[in-house]
Write a protein that binds this ligand. Sequence first.
Ligand code: KIV
Ligand code: NA
Length: 270
Amino acid sequence: GKRMTVPGLKGRKQDGKTEQPIVMLTAYTMRTAQLLDPHCDLLLAGDSLGQVIYGLPSTVPVTLEMMCAHGAAVVRGSWHALVAVDMPFGSYEASPELAFASAARVMKETGCAAVKLEGGEAMAPTIRFLVERGIPVIAHVGLTPQAVNALGGYGARGRSEAEAAKILRDAQAVADAGAFAVVLEGVMEDLATQITRKVAIPTIGIGASAECDGQVLVTEDMLGLFERTPRFVKRYDDLATRIGEAVATYAGEVRDRSFPTADQTYRPKS
Ligand code: KIV
Ligand code: NA
C-alpha cells in the first residue's frame, strides 16, 4: 500500500466538510508505530516525548536530536500513515531561515513528510516560508505547551472573548499561510467548533470538539500508561495496571524459581 499524502489529508475537508474524520495518534518508537499504523491516518512524533519518555518537566528542554532519533524510528515502523515530527522549542521561532534549516534536517534525518510547529499569527510568515520551499506544515494553536512558561500552566484557552478571538485569528492566519492542517489543543468546545467551520484546512482536536475534522491523543495517555492525564484524555485501556500485574508475576516466578521452565531453556537435542 501507499502512504497517506499531504494533499490526500488536506483534501479530506471539502467545502468545509469532512466525511471521514482524520485519525491521529502520537508515536515515539518503531514498535508503537507498527501497532498504530494500520489504524491511523497520521502519526505524530510529538515533543510530548519529553515528559512521556524522558521524564522532563515540560517540552521546553526537548532537542532536535531527540526529535530526529524518534521521528526516524516512527517512519521505520510505519508504511501507511503520514508521519509528522514536532519541531522542538528553540529550533524554529527566531526566523524563517532557522525554521527551514531545522525542518530540513528533520526531514532528511527521519524521512517524515511533514513537520508540526506551535504558534499562530506570529508564526504565519515562517509557515509560508517553509511551505513555499517544499516543507508541509501542521500548525498547533490554542494551548501550546512550549509556551507553558508564558501561559502559566496547561489550563484551557479561549475562556475570555478576547482570547477566543485571538485563537480564531491564529487559526485563520496559519491556514492562510499554507499549513495543511491545524491542531487545536485545550480550547473551549464552542471555539473549536467555530474555527472548524471557518477555516478551510482540517482541524485536528485534542481537548477541543467532536466537530473537529480529526482527533489526536497522546498514545500513552489513552492507553493508561502515563500517570498524569488531562481532563480531555479518554482512557481506552489501563496498561499501567496490566504491566504491573505481569511484572509482579514475573518477579514472583524468578524468586520462587518457577521461571524459566523447560519451554524457555536450551537442552541437548535428542
Ligand atoms: O507533542 C504532542 O504529543 C502533541 C500532540 C498532543 C498534538 O503536540
Ligand atoms: Na507537541
